[in-house]
Design a binder for this molecule. Structure first.
Ligand SMILES: Nc1nc2c(ncn2[C@@H]2O[C@H](COP(=O)(O)OP(=O)(O)OP(=O)(O)O)[C@@H](O)[C@H]2O)c(=O)[nH]1
Length: 372
């Protein structure tokens, strides 16, 4: 179950950014399954640690190893993953949709339900207004008719976030990941690597989380077992790792580079500066890159997601979002808040820990899974 990606204790302090290496290390001519960039000052990690006992041994990532006997469809998994939000919304809405007159009291109850599903004030006000208009336009009278109106309103609101990531046309297509600690960046990178490999694309990973040795080692072990090249350094500089990774990918004709970065809080200003530097150095390695800058968000944080989106967007110019762990929370309504306040394309959503639990966001599927 992807357990090898589970994070180890976080460092108490995150080190300040290292000075940037002016020149990238040479890329080895032969491309081993797992390769490492030359470190700036520290020795290359020996091959042996990959098998060392302290590194969890990941099971081979394969559908059979991770899936139950009968493989659930994505629709089923999405529905199961959203069960907490659906239960909360559904139970509360059942009374409203059960019948009775559509009146002010009902709208007030609807407002409370939407707010408790973490849709936020802006989106809630918008949805209520929109539902009212639909009700009067269609001459709806009964609460039982409200469900369709609400579903349509919500879909209209969040549909603009449905913009699947197009990785064609650039080679390598460089995707940089950002986010706070534990949001699911490294796990999502593993899932995306597999997702793109299944589409016949070659993938290279940049182990840019240089603050946590375990993150790098896990990524390398995973890469070796799944035949995905990982560029890493021991310690050192995330920007240099990404630079090397892009050079390696260009030399090897790789389709997609997925660049991991260390978790950081928006309030850690020096770390926000450090990640801006990672972006700048990626641009130096490949002028149009990064082609995609994704903020990974843990759905459990609910409304706090909005402030994270704003700060990371202001710092980096986000082009996409990934919302993980929707399965663990009743706060799935946060998508509506994002749509209203900072509508950055929601590229993927995660509803579980297995490899297939991260998929492109589809607003209609999402709304159906919440209400039906
Ligand atoms: N239930 C569930 N767990 C998830 C999902 N996505 C990630 N996780 C788990 O979240 C935990 C943290 O994920 P990581 O990928 O390690 O997070 P990270 O952002 O790389 O963390 P840092 O490196 O500390 O910044 C792991 O235990 C993952 O298995 C999801 O969609 N659902």
């Amino acid at each position: 179950m992807f357990s090898f990606f589970k994070k180890k204790p976080k460092p108490v302090e995150t080190p300040a950014a290292e000075p940037l290496a002016s020149q990238p290390a040479d890329i080895p001519a032969a491309a081993p399954a797992t390769s490492q960039a030359t470190p700036l000052a520290t020795p290359v990690i020996p091959e042996a640690p990959l098998a060392a006992p302290e590194i969890p041994t990941p099971p081979p990532i394969s559908a059979t190893a991770e899936q139950p006997a009968r493989k659930q469809s994505w629709t089923e998994r999405l529905k199961a993953g959203l069960s907490k939000t659906r239960d909360k919304l559904g139970k509360s809405l059942a009374g409203l949709f059960g019948g009775g007159k559509i009146d002010e009291e009902l709208y007030e109850e609807l407002e409370t339900v939407l707010l408790t599903a973490d849709m936020g004030m802006d989106a809630t006000v918008h949805l209520l207004q929109d539902v009212r208009e639909r009700v009067s336009l269609k001459g709806l009278k009964d609460g039982s008719e409200l469900k369709g109106a609400l579903k349509d309103s919500l879909n209209d609101l969040i549909h603009p976030l449905e913009k699947p990531l197009d990785v064609s046309g650039k080679k390598p297509f460089v995707i940089m990941m950002a986010g706070v600690n534990g949001a699911g960046k490294t796990t999502s990178i593993g899932k995306l690597a597999k997702y793109y490999q299944q589409q016949g694309k070659s993938v290279l990973l940049a182990a840019g989380d240089t603050f946590r040795a375990a993150a790098r080692e896990q990524l390398m072990a995973w890469g070796e077992r799944n035949n995905v090249t990982v560029i890493a350094q021991q310690g050192g500089d995330a920007a240099a790792v990404c630079f090397d990774a892009i050079q390696a990918a260009t030399a090897r004709g790789i389709d997609i580079v997925l660049a991991d970065t260390a978790g950081r809080l928006p309030t850690q200003l020096h770390l926000m500066e450090e990640i801006k530097k990672v972006k700048r150095v990626i641009q130096k390695a490949l002028p149009e890159a990064p082609h995609e800058i994704i903020l990974v968000l843990d759905a459990n944080i609910g409304q706090n997601a909005i402030s994270q989106v704003k700060v990371f967007d202001d710092a980096l110019g986000l082009t996409g979002l990934i919302l993980t762990k929707l399965d663990g929370t009743a706060k799935g309504g946060v998508i509506a808040a994002i749509a209203k306040q900072r509508p950055i394309p929601l590229r993927f959503i995660g509803v579980g820990e297995s490899i297939d639990d991260l998929r492109p966001f589809n607003s209609k599927d999402y709304v159906d899974a919440l209400f039906d």
